[in-house]
Write a new protein. Structure first.
Length: 107
């Protein structure tokens, strides 16, 4: 019985370690200086604003998808960055160091 208990603890520890590794390897990208950035519920300007990011905010990019073309400090693009569940920002306002996709396409 104690062996089963040890195995359960090891499995939980492994899951926690995997979550920590995923979080640690996540890259955060800065939004353009002096910008308060609208976060939308989908990849386009026709989607509702769900919140506004303050100046100096850094965001993770989980996946990217095409949407409305937007011009911003980092050029004109139709790439939208998924920064959380149902939360998107135009890549034209995020300094990724690339004019193209830097993350997988959203499903």
């Amino acid at each position: 019985m104690s062996v089963d208990r040890v195995e359960e603890v090891d499995e939980v520890g492994s899951a926690d370690a995997a979550d920590a590794l995923t979080t640690a390897s996540l890259t955060y990208y800065p939004i353009a200086p002096g910008v308060r950035l609208n976060v939308r519920s989908g990849p386009g300007t026709s989607y509702p604003v769900v919140k506004v990011l303050n100046e100096g905010t850094k965001v993770p990019i989980f996946c990217q998808t095409p949407g409305t073309s937007v011009s911003g400090p980092y050029g004109t693009t139709n790439i939208w960055d998924n920064i959380a569940d149902s939360q998107f920002v135009s890549d034209a306002y995020v300094r990724t160091g690339s004019d193209g996709y830097i993350a997988p396409r959203c499903a």
